[in-house]
Each structure stands twice: as C-alpha cells, then as structure tokens.
Design a protein around this ligand. Sequence first.
Ligand SMILES: [Zn+2]
Ligand SMILES: [Zn+2]
Length: 121
Amino acid sequence: MVKPAADAKNEGFFKKLAEEHECGICYELLYQPVQLAPCLHIFCGGCLSDWFGKQQDCPNCRKEVKTVTKSFQALTMISMLLDMKPDLKRSDDMTRELEAKNIFKTDIYEVKPKVEPPAQP
Ligand SMILES: [Zn+2]
Ligand SMILES: [Zn+2]
C-alpha cells in the first residue's frame, strides 16, 4: 500500500500558513508586514500606505486605527515560509514598488486623529 505522502500534508500546511499571511489588500504573501491596533489585522506596509492616503481605518474590518506596528512575528513566519516555498516570493519589481510607497518606517506609527471640519453654523 502506498502511503499518502507526508509531502501532501506539508503542502496543506504551507498552503494554510500562506493563507494566514496573505495581505487583504493585494492578496499576496505579506511584504514588510504591519499590524494595526486595536483590531490586529496585518497588511503589507506598502499596501496600507496606499490605503491610508485615502482613509485611516482598517481595510479589512473598517475599525478605527490607533497605531500601526511592524509585525516582527509575521516577518519571521514569512521568511520561514519563503525558505520552504521560494515560489511564493514576489518579483523584485513588486517588492521595490512596495518598499518605495511604505510610509511606516518606524517600529510604531501613531495615527493622528482626524481633524473634524468645523461645524457649519
Ligand atoms: Zn499587500
Ligand atoms: Zn481590522
């Protein structure tokens, strides 16, 4: 009897892991991941920078965002995943583009509260 390959199991594991670390904006594996607080959703720094140019809420759950923190935990998982599955890696052009638009250069970025327009009399 041929054993179902352990590889198939691994494939499933890596697929799941990749799905868990998918950016909700570009639907690719996270690049320079940043985590929002308090909702804890994670996106690529570059993708979220684009979004924040328009509005400063979470693209996934639309909750108010207080801080954007570099996610070193996600980064570790992603680099492990890419070691095993190099085909998930993005092209250099894509990573360069994401790096260029990433506004989250500090470990923690505090979102300034929006200034409300003065009430009309
Ligand atoms: Zn992204
Ligand atoms: Zn969220």
